[in-house]
Write a protein that binds this ligand. Structure first.
Ligand code: CU
Length: 290
């Protein structure tokens, strides 16, 4: 499979190395979720109909494997079967043919995280999990594709506004832009993640394993062998150009990185991480209270 991305390779290797240090639970947040979806091995369990508007989704990983949740809207006239067939042929092109509206990044078993998204258009949406199993088969081929309808029902939107963001991140071809000189402090926080495009982008958050550096990550991505130098910490799944999604993160002090594993249709399917969409950041401890 030529379009297997760095991120997918990383998650594949993760399955054999799931004994990392305990991670902070991602579930704390300022917003009560309008929609809770559970990921299991291998299906999504959630509502079948959601009104248009700003919506906070919470993904809870109740499985024994890592999962994420990518949401897409099928353009009118495209069937689920046609999209899935396209995905098998050319992942980058198939993703570019639908509206990617975001989702929750990779979570380990027992973790939960929220994202707030804008569901603008009514229509058929899919929940998808691209994480591969131990044999390299993406979970979506094992049953982790679930359709739901978004309906225009005036006055029923769960939220009129997106949440207030603590940090703005801009995604573009090909890099992550954070405010200059920003200090990221531990704790629950909301990141506004805007895709300035033109390609679709995601913001996966990983925490570096103790003593590991970005050089170890680069070496691992070139040749994913041995224990992973990093651990998943959620994030925001892919959005099409022009969208902003809000990731509700809960970060502990340490060294982290952002990564986009989307294959680039303009670059022979090369993952965006290989084109520059990988960057480190540090989370500092709160100053002690007086
Ligand atoms: Cu990207």
């Amino acid at each position: 499979m030529k379009t297997l991305t760095a991120a997918r390779l990383l998650t594949l290797a993760l399955l054999t190395a799931l004994t990392g240090p305990a991670l902070a639970h991602q579930g704390h947040s300022h917003t009560s979720p309008a929609v809770t979806i559970q990921s299991q091995d291998y299906k999504f369990v959630g509502p079948t109909s959601i009104p248009t508007g700003w919506t906070t989704f919470e993904l809870r990983n109740a499985g024994k494997e890592p999962h994420h949740m990518q949401l897409v809207r099928l353009p009118s006239g495209m069937t689920q079967a046609a999209f899935l067939a396209n995905l098998k042929q050319n992942e980058g092109a198939a993703l570019a043919s639908v509206e990617m509206v975001g989702g929750v990044g990779l979570l380990l078993p027992g973790q939960a995280q929220q994202v707030t998204l804008q569901l603008t258009e009514p229509g058929t949406y899919l929940e998808l999990c691209f994480v591969p199993d131990a044999k390299g088969v993406p979970h979506l081929a094992l049953g982790m594709v679930n359709a739901f309808q978004v309906t225009r029902a005036p006055g029923t939107a769960a939220q009129a506004q997106p949440p207030k963001a603590d940090l703005q991140v801009k995604l573009q071809d090909f890099g992550f832009e954070l405010p200059k000189g920003v200090t990221i402090t531990e704790g629950a926080q909301v990141w506004a993640v805007e895709n300035a495009g033109p390609e679709g982008h995601e913001m996966l958050v990983f925490r570096l394993a103790p003593g590991k550096t970005m050089a170890d990550v680069a070496a691992y991505m070139a040749k994913p062998e041995g224990p992973m130098p990093m651990f998943p910490a959620g994030g925001a799944q892919a959005v099409t150009q022009g969208h902003t999604s809000y990731a509700h993160l809960n970060l502990t002090p340490g060294e982290y990185l952002l990564l986009c594993g989307i294959p680039s249709p303009a670059n022979k399917g090369a993952p965006h991480a290989a084109l520059g969409m990988i960057r480190p950041f540090r989370v500092v401890a709160k100053a002690p209270q007086n």
